[in-house]
Design a protein around this ligand. Structure first.
Ligand SMILES: NC(=O)c1ccc[n+]([C@@H]2O[C@H](COP(=O)([O-])OP(=O)(O)OC[C@H]3O[C@@H](n4cnc5c(N)ncnc54)[C@H](OP(=O)(O)O)[C@@H]3O)[C@@H](O)[C@H]2O)c1
Length: 271
């Protein structure tokens, strides 16, 4: 069983300086894990680490871009040399840039895949061999509700998150016999700095479709993630509505598409 409690558990969290990654690191640390945090911005990383250390956690940090495989692997190797084998990997480093398909640059499409997909893949490839060798560990990637059903305005982001979902689905069955747990999280809108940034770029139609849906908190997502590791659940839905959509997908999807098309038509008729 993966160690979640106890001073020896070592959790590596990409995107650990903010939002879902930081909330998950905080919760794991409160259960006795030591945490190793990765993000690009050194200042925010150190602030996050200081907050965790103030409540007694053992914290390591590395300011690295997850899309740089060599740098990321070296950082994770350094954490392992210092803090012991990685028991839990959470890949929360991510980037979301919505917009109208015809207006997004090629660079945006590429960066989503580089950071959201390859950033996840590189981190997993750095820890998976050790976990398989020890016959123990947990790997949880943060995908998105937009990998349950592609959403208006997310033509760059959704494919990257669908790729994460595909990777985790395939990986789950390969690593399970080796005793390694694999999970994939499908959050809806979560109240984090990423969502605030995303809102600056969201097409008006996207907002019109979402209506008055309120974002959930990063702490709620973190609690669902940690519970899913303890219970070894693959698909992690921090919001029950997304769980229903995922479970009844093929039945509900045509209705949801009709609803979305109607909202877009209505919004455009008022312009
Ligand atoms: N918020 C939502 O509504 C929502 C919904 C569904 C899924 N998600 C996914 O959940 C994950 C966490 O997002 P969040 O909302 O918690 O965002 P957040 O608060 O903005 O945190 C993102 C974290 O990732 C780091 N990061 C971003 N790009 C990176 C890169 N290239 N290399 C290394 N670190 C990087 C950021 O630090 P630096 O910027 O300093 O690098 C930060 O620590 C993401 O994968 C996101 O796509 C979010």
């Amino acid at each position: 069983m993966t160690k979640v409690r106890g001073a020896q558990a070592h959790a590596v969290v990409t995107g650990g300086s903010s939002g879902i990654g930081l909330a998950t690191a905080r919760l794991l640390a409160s259960k006795g894990a030591s945490v190793s945090l990765i993000a690009r911005g050194g200042e925010r990383l150190e602030e996050a680490a200081a907050g965790l250390r103030a409540s007694g956690a053992v914290v390591r940090t590395a300011a690295v871009d997850v899309s740089d495989q060599a740098a990321l692997t070296a950082a994770i190797d350094g954490f392992v040399a210092e803090g012991g084998p990685c028991d839990i990997l959470i890949t929360a480093a991510g980037l979301a840039r919505p917009g109208h398909f015809l207006e997004l640059s090629d660079e945006v499409f590429r960066s989503m895949i580089e950071v959201d997909y390859f950033g996840t893949l590189h981190a997993i490839r750095a820890v998976a061999p050790g976990m398989v060798e020890r016959g123990n560990g947990a790997i949880v990637a943060i995908s998105s509700a937009t990998a349950v059903l592609g959403f208006f305005g997310y033509t760059a982001y959704a494919p990257a998150k669908f790729a994460v979902r595909g990777l985790m689905e395939a990986l789950r069955s390969e690593l399970k016999p080796a005793g390694v747990h694999v999970g994939c999280v499908f959050p809806p809108d979560v109240d984090t700095p990423q969502l605030a940034e995303e809102n600056l770029y969201k097409p008006a139609e996207t907002a019109a479709i979402s209506g008055a849906i309120k974002p959930i908190t990063a702490d709620k997502v973190a609690a669902t993630i940690v519970r899913s590791i303890e219970r070894r659940r693959f698909a992690v839905y921090p919001d029950p509505g997304i769980a229903v959509l995922a479970g009844l997908g093929p039945l509900l999807a045509p209705l949801v598409r009709r609803f979305v098309d109607r909202r877009v038509r209505r919004y455009r008729a008022t312009r």
